[in-house]
Design a protein around this ligand. Structure first.
Ligand code: HSE
Length: 283
């Protein structure tokens, strides 16, 4: 059986821990055949090939008596770059248990399981549903909405260096003053409303006004500011951190993509630039 899980970009700036989009980069898992022991072939450095692999531990957490399989996995999603690579492994593991163990899970059930494992729903939501997902988790239940994301190119600058999500979360404050939280929530609400209205200029403007996390993470991710400044010069919709970083995501009108990508390359930053689309299928 073949399972395909899209990469994701969480937060979209101001939608911290609750908004995300699915992207056209994929993890492909072929669930192969039953075997004596669990085995997963892949070419990733530092990722295990046996039953300690995250895909397999996730599947076994859901269905402990799942029979071992010899599987293959290939992924386009670089690890520790803010593109949801660990979420793709969790979602692939849930889908492995679901299909090979005939669990008959709904997407809503998969989202609840994945969110509990990941701690927040903003990567696993779009990885499961595709497109644009807004979701909240209060440690008891997940409530979510999936909606069409307006048409645009998604340009990502993926730096060479990795950044662990844990490191990028540790730098965040434990509390925000009430007034600032109210403003931050309003900015996020308008961003979501603008996406639902298909108004990407307003959505992009709001995304860049995040008050929850980007200013704290700026010192770990110094290339955000020059790329955002470049985006303003070219006239793109908006430039934000992808998830916890260090990848930077820019929403681009189709007609400006070529100019923006050429300008990013001219900056000579260490990393690569890719033009992606919003994945509409999920898993
Ligand atoms: N919302 C999360 C964060 C996404 O920004 O830390 C990281 O996976």
């Amino acid at each position: 059986m073949k399972i395909r899980v899209p990469a994701t970009s969480a937060n979209l700036g101001c939608g911290f821990d609750s908004c995300g989009i699915a992207l056209s980069l994929y993890l492909h898992l072929d669930t192969g055949v039953e075997a004596e022991e669990w085995q997963i072939e892949h070419r990733l450095e530092g990722v295990s090939h046996d039953e300690s692999n995250l895909i397999i531990t996730t599947a076994l957490a859901l269905k402990p008596d799942l029979k071992p399989r010899k599987m293959t996995m290939q992924t386009d999603i670089p690890p520790a770059r803010g593109l949801g690579s660990s979420s793709t492994a969790i979602v692939a593991g849930i889908e492995l248990a679901n299909r090979e163990g005939q669990l008959g899970l709904t997407r809503k059930e998969k989202l609840a399981i994945a969110t509990e494992m990941e701690g927040h729903p903003d990567n696993v939501g779009p990885a499961i549903y595709g497109d644009f997902v807004v979701a909240c988790y209060d440690q008891k239940e997940v409530n979510s909405v999936k909606h069409h994301f307006p048409d645009c190119d998604v340009v990502v600058f993926i730096p060479d260096q990795e950044l662990l999500t844990s490191e990028s979360r540790d730098i965040l404050p434990k509390e925000l003053p009430y007034k600032e939280a109210v403003t931050a929530s309003g900015i996020s609400n308008v961003m979501i409303g603008a996406v639902l209205n298909g108004n990407l200029p307003l959505a992009g403007k709001m995304m860049e006004q995040d008050l929850w996390h980007e200013k704290y993470r700026g010192e770990l991710i110094p290339h955000l500011k020059p790329l955002r400044d470049l985006g303003h010069q070219v006239g793109v919709y908006g430039t934000v951190l992808s998830g916890a970083g260090p990848t930077i995501l820019t929403l681009c009108p189709y007609e400006l993509t070529e100019t923006f990508v050429a300008s990013v390359k001219a900056l000579g930053l260490a990393g690569k630039v890719e033009i992606l689309a919003v994945d509409k299928e999920g898993t």
